[in-house]
Design a protein around this ligand. Structure first.
Ligand SMILES: Cc1cc2nc3c(=O)[nH]c(=O)nc-3n(C[C@H](O)[C@H](O)[C@H](O)COP(=O)(O)OP(=O)(O)OC[C@H]3O[C@@H](n4cnc5c(N)ncnc54)[C@H](O)[C@@H]3O)c2cc1C
Length: 416
């Protein structure tokens, strides 16, 4: 069933009696060409592009919970491609380009909103760094504008420009950045993959990986053994757990990241604004709630809830940036488990086991990467070699000494 204004009208007039579920609930088959572990954004996008770009449709996505229950449905929905390094920038720009055509591509309203992402700077040094980053973006053909203080003031007048500690000097603006409704991305990719023959299997936990003579034969699951020719891991926050089932010890730590939504207020923030000191980023949802977040809870954890010191830190940063936030009440808060690598960049590629592929290490920037990640992972699995856009995101770069350290913070995962 294709969604359109006409089908919407037809469903409304017939009381939804002929509406079909957006995807099937298939029973697992004994064997697939490809199994993807993890029904988050990356796993579902990978299955979608395997089917769409490579014609590989005998594919199962195994999700231990329901799709969208992981980070894809827990993030603050920001998309952008304002990266400095040459390994990152083309990859994230590809993602942004895929976001731009995504809704027409998978025929689902994901509320892609290119409302602009503005990163503030608060010192001469930070302005220089943003100028450098903006120039790097423009050299890659990516849009970037360096705003002075007045330019920022015209765009977002409600900021505390003369904050005694953090005066605003200007900002780096990417107008094509913005937000996307996060869980609709999971639903859209699931629907698109399902309609091409992929089995999206929920409530199916992978508990073991069967390897014989150095080759993956399939996975032990809560619904029995399922065989496969190729296995892709896309378990985000649980990547270390799942990879360990194949004997891999990943250069990844898991940390909690919290997010917050305020009560609904009148339209106030019509873009994404990112504080340049203290981690804080905010946008306003179509329902009126301010959606915002900050830094990781610095300790390792698999809990999907954080602690109060980070809540306090985020609120402090928010009020420093926008004093009016002091009068807004927080409605909800939650946490997600972040797969933090040693250099802050992801891993998409092959492993030392010939038919085992890894997609992991998304840190807290993986939502924006979802389309390109799926696109590149599908390519890597289908062709058994990386796409040029993910060629640098190799697992063995840590052993070989080629980290991709966008933030320049070294091997301290919680600082990336
Ligand atoms: C609070 C918060 C805010 C964020 N904000 C942003 C943002 O603004 N912009 C941005 O780009 N990124 C953001 N991120 C990061 C982004 O959400 C993640 O990097 C990205 O969603 C991870 O990929 P995923 O969607 O595939 O993960 P997930 O949705 O977590 O998918 C992984 C899936 O694997 C499943 N799984 C795990 N183990 C097993 C198993 N054994 N068997 C079967 N299934 C298994 C899990 O249940 C889960 O559904 C944020 C994250 C959080 C938590």
């Amino acid at each position: 069933m294709r969604y359109s204004a006409f089908s919407l009208l037809a469903q409304a007039l017939t009381g939804n009696r002929f509406a079909k579920p957006a995807w099937r609930e298939p029973e697992p088959k004994p064997h697939y060409d490809v199994i993807i572990v993890g029904g988050g954004g990356h796993g579902l996008a990978s299955a979608y592009y395997l089917a769409k770009e490579h014609g590989i449709t005998n594919v199962a996505v195994l999700e231990k919970d329901h799709i969208g229950s992981g980070n894809v449905g827990r993030n603050t929905t920001i998309i952008r491609s304002n990266y400095l390094l040459e390994e990152n920038n083309p990859f994230y720009e590809k993602s942004l380009q895929l976001w731009e055509g995504l809704e027409q591509d998978f025929n689902f309203n994901a509320m892609v909103s290119q409302r602009g992402v503005l990163m503030l700077c608060h010192s001469d040094g930070q302005r220089d760094a943003y100028a450098r980053r903006g120039n790097a973006m423009r050299l890659h053909g990516v849009d970037a504008e360096l705003l002075d203080r007045q330019g920022v003031r015209e765009m977002v007048p409600y900021l505390d420009f003369d904050n005694a500690r953090f005066p605003i000097y200007g900002g780096l603006l990417q107008r094509r950045g913005g937000t996307v409704r996060h869980d609709a991305v999971a639903w859209g990719y699931a629907r698109g993959a399902d309609s091409r023959g992929v089995d999206v299997i929920q409530n199916c936990e992978v508990k073991g990986i069967r390897i014989e003579h150095g080759i993956v034969k399939g996975v032990e699951t809560s619904r029995g053994f399922i065989g496969c020719n190729k296995l892709g891991l896309a378990a985000a926050g649980h990547s270390s757990h799942v990879a360990k089932m194949a004997g891999l010890s990943l250069p990844i730590e898991s940390h909690v990241l919290q997010a917050f939504v305020s009560e609904g207020i009148k339209p106030m923030i019509d873009n994404v604004v990112i504080f340049g000191v203290g981690h804080f980023y905010v946008s306003q949802s179509d329902k009126g709630g301010l959606v915002f977040g900050g830094d990781l809870d610095a300790y390792n954890s698999y809990a999907r809830r954080g602690n109060l010191p980070m809540v306090e830190h985020v609120m402090e940063a928010g009020v420093s940036m926008i004093p009016a936030l002091g009068r807004v009440r927080v409605l909800r808060a939650w946490g997600g488990i972040m797969d933090m690598t040693m250099d802050g960049s992801p891993i998409i590629g092959k492993t030392h086991i010939p038919n085992l592929y890894l997609n992991a290490g998304w840190c807290y920037g993986g939502f924006k990467a979802t389309p390109a990640s799926g696109f590149c992972f599908a390519h890597t699995i289908a062709r058994d070699q990386p796409h040029e856009l993910n060629a640098a995101f190799r697992l063995d770069r840590f052993r070989r000494g080629y980290p991709i350290d966008e933030a320049g913070r070294g091997a301290t995962p919680n600082l990336h």
